[in-house]
Ligand binder design. Sequence first.
Ligand SMILES: *[C@@H]1O[C@H](CO)[C@@H](O)[C@H](O)[C@H]1NC(C)=O
Ligand SMILES: *[C@@H]1O[C@H](CO)[C@@H](O)[C@H](O)[C@H]1NC(C)=O
Length: 352
Amino acid sequence: MGISSCVLGSLLLLVAMVFSVVSGDPLVPALCIFGDSVVDVGNNNNLYTLVKANFPPYGRDFVTHKPTGRFCNGKLATDFTAEYLGFTSYPPAYLSQDAEGENLLTGANFASAASGYYDRTAQLYRAISLTQQLAYYKEYQSKVIRIVGQDKANAIFSGGIHLLSAGSSDFIQNYYINPVLNRAYSPDRFSNILMKSYSTFVQNLYGLGVRKIGVTTLPPTGCLPAAITLFGSGSNQCVPRLNSDAVSFNDKLNSTSQNLQSNLPGLKLVVFDIYQPLLDLITKPTDNGFFESRKACCGTGTIETSMLCNGRSVGTCSNATQYVFWDGFHPSEAANQILAQDLLEQGFSLIS
Ligand SMILES: *[C@@H]1O[C@H](CO)[C@@H](O)[C@H](O)[C@H]1NC(C)=O
Ligand SMILES: *[C@@H]1O[C@H](CO)[C@@H](O)[C@H](O)[C@H]1NC(C)=O
């Protein structure tokens, strides 16, 4: 995309957003979300899993100042996305009590921390596998059909945006620490397995009438504070091996997506690059008003996430706004806001 069409895209988007705010209608009928902890808003709260974030200090800067299950001090990137699209509420966690009746008509969130493209990643942590997320989505569709009838429901499914954000847990919480896996497969072959699962997922959504899908790339996994601590061999720098695996994965994601897009008529499939925007924040924090991108806010900032990031963690920062990372694996609300603005510019074709 050239600079001028990019500017034009942003301008049109701005006009569309203003219009949507004025008219009170969101730009698309619904927003549905799938994936891992980067986008989970509380589906893990009631599961028998250790991977949760429904206790302080998680959520301390959220709208309600309460933990919700989001792996963040405040809003996720997808929460900002929902706001930018003109929604007045966030898609509810599908397993929560909020996911009922009329609330379902503007979408739902099926994501589960420690899930991934590879179903066995989710099984390891008793999270909701992508296959099960799809099964819940089918159930969701039948509920929507019951409420508004088939025709209106079809318009919601085809017009709604469906976002998928996965892969980090497959690598960090499974492949790199699982000798069975990393002896059996090279990173390249493991990525191919994940791509197969991704293709199947997209084809299944398409078969269910979905026409607008966005998928995020892997972040620079080698720069996550916990990854530097675990895999950096004592160095304080991003782990090159992990970042190069992420880049190769992202290339495959891109070419697989282009294939899917050309084989499935009428499908709009956008690959959202979060690798470069997050890497920019990490390598040039002060350009964006941050001062800390190596250490996370929670605890010592080197490893903590989930249970290890809790109310008694020693060292937790008092103000996360200048930290790129909230915990050892997840960006802060301030970083999420910047990432979400980037997503918005990249996602114009899903709205028009
Ligand atoms: C995907 O490929 C297209 C065309 O080859 C390129 O313009 C785009 O930047 C790539 N996106 C990512 C996220 O790598
Ligand atoms: C955190 O710091 C920012 C400026 O860096 C300030 O605007 C904000 O009010 C502070 N938040 C809290 C909770 O102290």
